[in-house]
Design a protein around this ligand. Structure first.
Ligand code: GRF
Length: 205
């Protein structure tokens, strides 16, 4: 069985939702480790309560996309016997850009959830970007992580309707509800070996 590692920086609601599905035997994967770059991330206590080991790898001012920081992550993963062959790494509100070295090391094994229908509104504050642009629909995307920002092969997407009365907060809430549906689905598909990467596309069997 594959080992699941989840990287967080804060609230950890996607992490919690995935871990709960795993605990209910809905996803055939071993929930091995949660790592946060922030010692005060709320998700850490949630993971511990769910019986999952946690580690903190603090950023200490190291910028995103930096191998100096990411090599520390690799050391922690290796300490827990996690290899590029036996894992799935889920970024769930992990507020750092991964370095090209890290991405190459775990090629095709890092997923992310983004609160917009990519390729629209990549980067930060996607819900606000969608509202300001005036789109009538937005949503969320689970994708593999490649060397760009939110550019990797798309696995699943879910759409929400935007009304005139919506605010950044209400859109975020609607999108989060969809995130909680599609992220566990994507993890399950991966755990069952049902996702193939074909260039910039994924083929789901
Ligand atoms: C989510 O909106 C996710 O799409 C984005 O960061 C947020 C994380 O929320 N990448 P949570 O920590 O999973 O509650």
């Amino acid at each position: 069985m594959l080992n699941l590692v989840i990287l967080i920086s804060g609230r950890g609601s996607n992490m919690e939702n995935i871990l709960k599905a795993v605990k209910k035997n809905k996803i055939p994967i071993k929930p091995l480790l949660v790592i946060s770059n922030k010692p005060d991330a709320k998700g850490l206590a949630i993971a511990q309560k769910l019986g999952v080991k946690t580690e903190i790898v603090e950023s200490n001012g190291l910028k995103g996309g930096n191998w100096e920081y990411d090599s520390k992550l690799v050391s922690v993963l290796e300490k827990h016997k996690i290899t590029p062959q036996n894992c799935l790494i889920c970024l769930a509100g992990f507020m750092r850009i991964m370095s090209p070295e890290f991405i190459r090391h775990y090629k095709g094994r890092i997923m992310n959830i983004h609160p917009a229908i990519l390729p629209a509104f990549p980067g930060l504050h996607s819900q606000r970007q969608a509202l300001e642009y005036g789109v009538k629909y937005s949503g969320c995307t689970v994708h593999f992580v490649d060397e760009g920002v939110d550019t990797g092969p798309i696995i699943l997407q879910s759409v929400v309707k935007i009304k005139n009365s919506d605010t950044e907060e209400s859109i975020s809430k609607k999108i989060l509800k969809e995130e909680h549906k599609i992220y566990p689905k994507a993890v399950k598909l991966f755990a069952k070996g049902k996702i193939k990467i074909d260039g910039r596309k994924t083929i789901i069997s």
